[in-house]
Design a protein around this ligand. Structure first.
Ligand code: PGA
Length: 219
């Protein structure tokens, strides 16, 4: 059986001091490491503390960043480029609907970000909001996240999730397809039994270590 991928998207939450507490608590609640491959995506300033906590607790998880610059190294004030994070992170989230809406990231900008990630050896996880969202070349992990399901407690129904995931896998030839949008410890099993779904992207449910540990256990 395939190992499901669980991507915890912390978004713009938590401080450096909260990281240690979160890890101490989750390590106390996790029974074994579960069957899933876990990736945690904190904000940039927390990467280092997350790396230390993973090591301290012997957790075989990977880290991801929630964004990277569409530019390489250079005169780009405020930007964090892909090569600056590649020693800390394995994955990068690209195309999340919050960034498309709040930061006006266009399809062209997102294609550049995918290129920069791949050049630096980071694995992009590309977000689509529906079947029509354009997917840049050479993307091998796509997360389907319908806007209405994000942070609302009302996930998309599993039949629709499977239909979009099937389309991405078989028409768009994407090897790894994830679902995100109000995934929690109570519904994770339902999404992971969808034939074309390889993993999930919990946001809210990754913030509480007890809920996240239950989600991992139920995956
Ligand atoms: P949610 O967020 O689990 O809180 O709906 C998921 C996401 O936006 O990645």
């Amino acid at each position: 059986m395939r190992k499901p991928l669980i991507i915890g998207n912390w978004k713009s939450h938590k401080s450096r001091s909260a990281v240690k507490e979160w890890f101490d608590e989750i390590a106390a609640h996790l029974v074994g490491h579960g069957a899933a491959e876990i990736v945690l995506c904190p904000s940039f300033p927390l990467l280092d503390s997350c790396q230390q906590s993973l090591k301290a607790h012997g957790l075989p998880w990977k880290l991801g960043v929630q964004d990277i610059s569409m530019f390489g190294e250079g005169k780009h004030t405020g930007e964090v480029n892909a090569s600056q994070v590649k020693d800390l992170a394995t994955f990068v989230l690209v195309g999340h609907s919050e960034r498309r809406t709040e930061l006006h990231e266009s399809n062209d900008m997102l294609s550049e970000k995918v290129k920069r990630a791949l050049e630096a050896g980071l694995q992009p996880i590309f977000f689509v909001q529906d079947k029509e969202t354009p997917i840049p070349p050479n993307v091998s992990i796509v997360a389907y996240e319908p806007v209405f399901a994000i942070g609302t407690g009302s996930p998309d129904n599993p039949e629709n999730v499977e239909s979009v995931a099937y389309f991405l896998k078989h028409e768009k030839k994407i090897p790894t397809v994830l679902y995100g949008g109000s995934v929690d410890n109570t519904n994770v099993g339902v999404f992971l039994t969808c034939q074309s779904i390889d993993g999930v992207v919990p946001g809210t449910a990754s913030l509480d270590p007890i809920i996240f540990s239950k989600l991992i256990q139920n995956a």
